[in-house]
Design a protein around this ligand. Structure first.
Ligand code: AMP
Length: 284
């Protein structure tokens, strides 16, 4: 696996491969890699000639300084995992490689940065789009792979790709879960054993919603799932919503083609998000 810390160097290296007719698949991450990330590497491996992963803990998308400082950075383990999964190229820049001290970024995201995660984490999606645009400019991938786990993030990136006419195809990969259903996340390592059990409430709330979807109205589903979440010890629900998966707008009747339930909660200081399609196994 070739490792680059420098934007220019990786850009030229990949340019040469592109000129030689190779297609490039890109998996951006913040590291602390788990099976969810590695499933994206595998998907890229299956679809493109050259698999490029980036590991960069992007400061501009953190609204909590402590969260940024504490974010896990087990780089040696990450390198081993990437090599085991036949990643071809790793982009591993330092912060000053990606940002000047005085930089301004603002993209119109419509409603996307005013609802759900956008509302709870002000500025988060500006930071995400800022870094993803820089990474796309550096790697110039044919395909970029993202996890359904961060569904709203995909909507945001799709919006940016469309708006800025970036020539990349986005591929959405299913959520990889632990055996008991908890969606894998780099932040799960912070959960104490008791909290780890409590965190299952999110997965259970989504499977409950899926079950209720067969017979109940959306209003009833929301009421029952919220009541379930209230009954779960240690869980402080931030939202449980049902959205049109294509337009990413809230819905009140079952007329939308594909519907997705999205949930976010705090367990102590740790935030967990998850989602699940209600009327289709998988949209993509
Ligand atoms: P992160 O390192 O958290 O920024 O995530 C990098 C990529 O991995 C994003 O596209 C995430 O959506 C994706 N990802 C994170 N967790 C999972 C998971 N459990 N299953 C599938 N993809 C995931």
């Amino acid at each position: 696996m070739k490792i680059f810390n420098n934007r220019e160097a990786i850009h030229h290296y990949l340019d040469d491969l592109r000129s030689a007719g190779k297609s490039i698949g890109f998996v951006p991450t913040m590291g602390a890699l788990h099976a969810g990330h590695l499933s994206l590497i595998e998907a890229a491996r299956g679809k493109t000639d050259i698999v490029v992963c980036s590991i960069f803990v992007n400061p501009t998308q953190f609204n909590d300084k402590k969260d940024l400082e504490n974010y896990p950075r087990p780089i040696e383990e990450d390198l081993q995992k990437l090599r085991a999964f036949n990643c071809d190229v790793l982009f591993l820049p330092e912060v000053d490689e990606m940002y000047n001290s005085s930089e301004f970024w603002k993209i119109e995201l419509g409603n996307l940065d005013k609802i759900l995660e956008g509302k709870i984490r002000p500025g988060h999606y500006q930071g995400v789009t800022q870094i993803v645009k820089k990474l796309f400019d550096t790697v110039k991938p044919d395909y970029a792979f993202f996890g359904q786990k961060d569904y709203q993030q995909i909507m945001v990136i799709a919006h940016m790709v469309n708006k800025l006419k970036i020539r990349v195809k986005l591929v959405i990969c299913p959520i990889i879960r632990e055996d008991d259903g908890l969606a894998m996340s780099s932040r799960n390592v912070y959960l104490l054993p008791g909290q780890r059990k409590q965190a299952l409430a999110l997965y259970k709330s989504l499977t409950l919603a899926q079950e209720l979807f067969k017979t109940e109205s959306l209003k009833q589903i929301k009421e029952k799932v919220n009541a379930f979440l209230r009954s779960c010890p240690g869980i402080e629900t931030e939202y449980f919503e049902i959205f049109n998966a294509r337009t990413f707008e809230p819905i009140t009747s079952k007329r939308a083609t594909t519907m997705i339930a999205l949930v976010a909660a705090r367990i102590g200081k740790i935030r967990i998000i998850d989602n699940m399609y209600l009327n289709k196994e998988n949209l993509y």
